[in-house]
Design a protein. Structure first.
Length: 327
């Protein structure tokens, strides 16, 4: 049908275009193919929508019928128009073939589609009935199978229940016998454990008494040792106090001696003349030991401050041999 529609549309465009060209202003002759294309497009729309409605089992009412016949009549008139204007009956007959074929094909195709849709629905209904019948038969067979299975399970469950009850009785009897045996064994074991526990408690009491006695002796020994340690520490503390006191008295005596030495040296006053070097060195050593300054030593010995500073530096710096020995 689509092949017929396509051929009729092409033939209509080729036939109607010269007619439209002859009846169109020369500036707009390029629009001549538009009218046949529009009319034939309406035919395609009608055919396509009829196909969809037929497949869905619906009807469009009077307007699709009017559009179908109107487009068919327009296609027929446009195709035979050029021949009818010149009185060419053969041309009218020849050019009416494609439009009439298109009109009849559209009507027949719609009827075919509706008939096929009805047949398909009938087949689908038949298949649905067959499927439902099969499902019903399968359900019945499944119910029968389940019924047999339930009866078999009930029978097996009853046998298993009787077997379990018998086994439970045997187990209870055996459990009662074993419980009597275990109870007698437990009583014997408890009696033996009680005797052992009493003996262990007696031994534990004896060990506890021995431990307490040993701890008492250890405490006494520890206390004696602590008393001896405290006495020793007291003696050592007293000795340290006496040693500190002795050192303090010695430092006091040494301080008094230095004070007397310093006072004695200060009473010497400035030297009237420069003392001999040996005497000056001895006096500088005494002044350094007494803690007197370099200027006082220089005035007392009559030597220069630089010489006295050098002697003080020698006295402050220990000899190399002593340094090595100290190292």
């Amino acid at each position: 049908m689509w092949a017929i529609v396509s051929g009729a549309m092409l033939f209509s465009v080729l036939t109607v275009t010269p007619l439209m060209t002859a009846h169109t202003h020369e500036d707009w002759q390029w629009t001549a193919p538009i009218l046949p294309i529009v009319v034939d497009s309406a035919v395609v729309i009608v055919v396509r929508l009829d196909s969809v409605l037929a497949r869905l089992g619906g009807r469009g009412g009077p307007w699709p019928v009017a559009l179908r016949w109107m487009t068919g009549a327009m296609t027929l008139l446009l195709n035979i128009g050029a021949s009818a204007l010149v009185g060419d009956l053969v041309g009218v007959a020849v050019h009416s073939v494609a439009p009439l074929l298109l009109i009849v094909t559209a009507e027949a195709g719609l009827a075919y589609r509706r008939a096929l849709a009805a047949a398909v629905k009938g087949l689908e209904a038949q298949e649905e009935e067959t499927r439902q019948a099969r499902e019903t038969a399968a359900e019945k067979r499944e119910e029968a199978r389940q019924q047999r299975a339930r009866e078999r399970r009930d029978h097996e469950a009853a046998e298993a229940r009787e077997r379990r009850e018998h086994e439970a009785r045997l187990i209870r009897d055996e459990a009662e016998r074993q419980e009597r045996v275990r109870r007698e064994e437990r009583e014997d074991r408890e009696r033996h454990e009680r005797e052992e526990r009493e003996a262990g408690e007696r031994r534990e009491r004896e060990r506890e008494q021995q431990r307490l006695e040993r701890e008492r002796r250890e405490r006494e020994a520890q206390q004696q040792k602590e008393r001896e340690t405290r006495q020793k520490e007291e003696r050592e503390r007293q000795a340290r106090v006496e040693e500190v006191e002795r050192e303090r008295r010695e430092r006091s005596r040494e301080q008094e001696r230095l004070e007397r030495e310093r006072a004695e040296l200060l009473t010497l006053g400035p030297a009237a003349e420069k003392l001999p070097e040996a005497e000056a060195r001895a006096l500088v050593k005494r002044l350094h030991t007494a803690g007197l300054g370099i200027r006082v030593a220089a005035e007392t010995t009559g030597w220069s401050v630089g010489w006295v500073s050098a002697r003080y530096q020698e006295l402050r710096t220990p000899p190399a041999g002593l340094e090595g020995a100290a190292s």
